[in-house]
Design a binder for this molecule. Structure first.
Ligand code: 5GP
Ligand code: ZN
Length: 138
């Protein structure tokens, strides 16, 4: 369940040192080396999964509660007023390390704008056509 060529496998399993803020049998949570804000953390499963589609259901079920726990601790420890939970899948989505991970990004009042997009203006017909295309693949 580990990939010998994967840097996050090595970090998650302690073969490469990291600024660890939490560890249990399934996960290691570390500080990002290129943080979007002070405290930016990454939740890494100890086993290798390329992305959210490959993730084991039992690991997936634990990831979001862990993100909430880390975010709540950041609010107390760092004084951020909020945090983003971000998870990229695929190159086009900004994934650069192909070992599933969840970003927890502390947000500070008056801090820079991040994780935003310009809202589109689809018609009702476009929305229902798009919804049907996806529904048909579930
Ligand atoms: P992605 O773009 O794949 O969603 O996120 C990868 C993240 O991992 C980036 O924010 C990047 O700064 C971080 N990162 C890449 N290599 C390392 C590393 O060796 N150590 C740590 N702590 N973070 C890393
Ligand atoms: Zn890996």
């Amino acid at each position: 369940m580990k990939d010998d060529n994967c840097i996050f496998c090595k970090i998650a399993n302690g073969e490469i040192p990291s600024s660890t803020i939490y560890e249990d049998e399934d996960f290691r949570v570390i500080l990002d080396l290129g943080p979007a804000s002070r405290g930016h953390a990454l939740i890494l499963p100890k086993n290798h999964y390329q992305d959210v589609c490959a993730l084991d259901d039992s690991v997936a079920a634990k990831a979001l509660p862990l993100a909430a726990k880390i975010g709540a601790a950041m609010k107390k420890a760092l004084g951020c007023s909020g945090f983003n939970v971000v998870q990229n899948n695929g190159r086009s989505a900004g994934q650069t390390v192909f070992h599933f991970h969840v970003h927890i990004i502390p947000r500070y009042d008056g801090g820079p704008e991040m994780v935003s997009w310009k809202p589109g203006e689809p018609t009702k017909e476009e929305l229902s056509e798009t919804a049907e295309l996806i529904r048909n693949e579930l």
